[in-house]
Design a protein around this ligand. Structure first.
Ligand SMILES: Cc1cc2nc3c(=O)[nH]c(=O)nc-3n(C[C@H](O)[C@H](O)[C@H](O)COP(=O)(O)OP(=O)(O)OC[C@H]3O[C@@H](n4cnc5c(N)ncnc54)[C@H](O)[C@@H]3O)c2cc1C
Length: 624
């Protein structure tokens, strides 16, 4: 495999010219997260853009578990890219805007489809093992709402695994990239900008009041804590499916970067939009059961054995994702919350297969799903399997400009944790890996190129469907996050607290929402934020002191008297930190969902079932 070197096909960010005094010398850059966005960012920093006079430099890549564990690793279907002769990035952009239900930012989408296609070509050129025909040409798939067959894939339905393994191997082989695994980023370190100083004019105009100075780390192998000093931080920490009891996301998806950015004062937006996949296995790790199974003829049944989708939509089980997810949710609520059933034996009846024929077909056509369901004790060729809607992808996140800059100077965000404006109110299938590739790279180049005085240049919040009446809330709405409650029982089991967060989100801020449920969730989450803040502080204070070992960037942050941590202490601390993050971002999501009094894209309000054209804009929130 060749290295992913710079190319000369895209622009670099304009060099900032502010006269504000910055740190002398080259920037110190840390990338948090090693999914597709973080890897792309780290490689962009390491390799630079020599044709534009931008040499690469050293970068630290930090991840909270093993290098490859991420949403990226679990992605299945593929990457959408307009790289085939019958396609055009403009067509891809049109499809993306349509899926985004009027909230996409057209300029950001244009960048996504043009530069994303270039980045996919570079992956292919670097030897990433995409699936090919025997003659060496790329295989491609057609997915829902795409007007062209443009989804490239790898390992059949294991695209994310192959891409993550191949690109992380390139990162490991890149000398400029220093990788730190098992380091949990707890918080960002920032310092205020003196906005009264004449030199801070740009920051003042852009509403930027603080600059990043480092990250606080918790070592999940040793329990030690330290601060890594740096003046550029790229957050690429992925999604937060673990807000919900049912999710396709792995355990690392707890919204840590988003919550840390919020606590540091960054703007966030579009958190009311969470995409739920209609069919994940109702037990175990809620493995995603692809639409293709329904495409082959599997039907959905409730506990009484009734096929209900035929009464909901003429397309029955093949109705759009949101329609199927919502009806599955309704059916579950009507049967005490228990999963509905996916009947793959209907495929056999449709295809005229006998038992042996169906068994062989399912194994051949869906090898990964077949293996997983059997490992969970189901023979889906003989009996229906339990399925549930599951949190899959978060459209909202940390608000950025088109160079991934956030409202905090020196802080960048890319991938699923960011809100660039490309996903709008609903993501087009297979566009998220593409976003990580395109905007991860942009974040890396911007961090490299920006001066210490550079600040973001945010786009308008008006969506593509905005009309003359659309209210643009240009001033972010403030939301006060409660302080830690010193009266709460900090000994409550972190696992029980997690369960409370998940249940609150599922029932109040889930597939279907209304004002009563959202208000109740808001109240409950407020209490959970108080509790989890106190628990996180208590857990951290138990951890041992990290001695200053390298004499450079690491400084101790914990009291010397702290006791030596046990493995249980470490595990509980991680859960406590994640709970604090989940409760915090859950509360913001509930608040944003309550404020959006319409249904749009993935946000379905039963009390406001219609889309309100006046609300075709994003609403930013900021910590009060
Ligand atoms: C089952 C499944 C199937 C999918 N299929 C597709 C598909 O076919 N096509 C598609 O385009 N998208 C798909 N998606 C969505 C896509 O995988 C994600 O949106 C995308 O991979 C996100 O990439 P990312 O780099 O932003 O984040 P991630 O890949 O999630 O990476 C996040 C990184 O941040 C690290 N991290 C998190 N918190 C911390 C912390 N506190 N400290 C340090 N490090 C931290 C994690 O360890 C990880 O390395 C799928 C998702 C799932 C779950």
């Amino acid at each position: 495999m060749t290295s992913l070197t710079q190319d000369n096909t895209t622009t670099t960010p304009a060099k900032e010219t502010s006269s504000t005094t910055g740190t002398p010398g080259e920037p110190t850059i840390a990338v948090i997260g090693a999914g597709i966005a973080g890897l792309s960012a780290a490689l962009a920093v390491a390799n630079g853009y020599p044709d534009a006079g931008l040499p690469g430099q050293h970068v630290t890549l930090i991840t909270k578990t093993d290098l490859v564990e991420s949403n990226t690793y679990h992605a299945q279907g593929g990457i959408a890219a307009a790289i085939f002769p019958d396609d055009d990035p403009k067509l891809h952009a049109k499809d993306t805007l349509a899926a985004g239900a009027g909230l996409c930012e057209p300029k950001a989408v244009d960048i996504l489809t043009r530069e994303g296609a270039e980045q996919v070509r570079r992956l292919i050129g670097a030897g990433v093992r995409f699936d090919k025909h025997p003659d060496g040409t790329l295989l491609r798939g057609l997915e829902a709402a795409h007007s062209r067959s443009r989804v490239v894939h790898a390992g059949g339905d294991a695209t994310g695994k192959i891409v993550e393994l191949d690109v992380s191997a390139i990162a490991r082989d890149t000398p400029n990239i220093h990788i730190i695994e098992h380091a949990f980023v707890v918080d960002l370190v920032t310092e205020p900008i003196d906005t009264h100083s004449p030199a801070a004019g740009e920051a003042r105009t852009a509403g930027v009041t603080s600059a990043v100075r480092g990250v606080r780390l918790f070592d999940t192998a040793t329990g030690e804590q330290r601060t890594l000093a740096c003046n550029r931080v790229i957050l690429a920490t992925g999604g937060a499916g673990r807000l919900y009891p049912f999710t396709t996301n792995p355990q690392v998806a707890t919204g840590d970067g988003l919550a840390a950015a919020w606590r540091a004062g960054a703007q966030v937006a579009d958190l009311e939009f969470y995409q739920f996949h209609p069919t994940a296995l109702g037990v175990g790790e809620h493995f995603l059961i692809s639409e293709a199974v329904r495409g082959e003829g599997a039907t959905l049944l409730n506990e009484r054995g009734e096929r209900y989708m035929t009464t909901i939509d003429p397309r029955a089980e093949l109705a759009p994702r949101d329609v199927v997810a919502r009806e599955n949710f309704r059916q579950m609520m009507a049967q005490g919350g228990r999963p509905v059933l996916l009947d793959a034996t209907a495929i056999g009846r449709k295809m005229g297969l006998d038992q042996a024929g169906l068994t062989a077909f399912l194994k051949r056509r869906f090898p990964t799903i077949d293996a997983y369901t059997r490992s969970m004790g189901f023979d889906w060729s003989r009996e229906p399997i339990p399925v549930t809607p599951a949190a899959h992808y978060w459209m909202g996140g940390i608000r950025t400009d088109v160079w991934a800059r956030t409202s905090i100077r020196g802080l960048y965000a890319a991938g699923e944790c960011a809100r660039t404006g490309v996903q709008g109110a609903n993501r087009l299938a297979s566009n998220s890996l593409l976003e990580g590739l395109a905007y991860g790279r942009r974040a890396g180049l911007a961090a490299l190129r920006d001066t210490d005085a550079a600040v973001w240049q945010p786009q308008s919040l008006l969506g593509s469907a905005a009309n003359a009446q659309t209210r643009e809330i240009t001033e972010p709405q403030t939301l006060a996050i409660p302080s830690p409650d010193t009266q709460v029982d900090t000994d409550a089991k972190p696992a029980d607290v997690r369960d409370a967060i998940e249940q609150t989100m599922w029932h109040g801020v889930g597939v279907l929402r209304d004002a009563d449920g959202l208000s109740h969730a808001q109240n409950r989450l407020t209490g959970l934020v108080e509790q989890t803040q106190a628990q996180a502080q208590a857990a951290l204070s138990k951890m041992a002191e990290k001695p200053k070992t390298d004499g450079t960037a690491a400084t101790t942050t914990t009291p010397a008297t702290a006791s030596v941590p046990t493995p249980d202490d470490i595990a509980n601390t991680v859960t406590a930190l994640e709970n604090r993050n989940l409760a915090t971002i859950g509360l913001i999501a509930a608040t944003a969902a309550l404020a959006r009094t319409e249904s749009r894209g993935a946000h379905a309000r039963t009390d406001f079932p219609d889309t309100d054209s006046v609300q075709a804009c994003s609403r930013p929130f900021i910590r009060g």
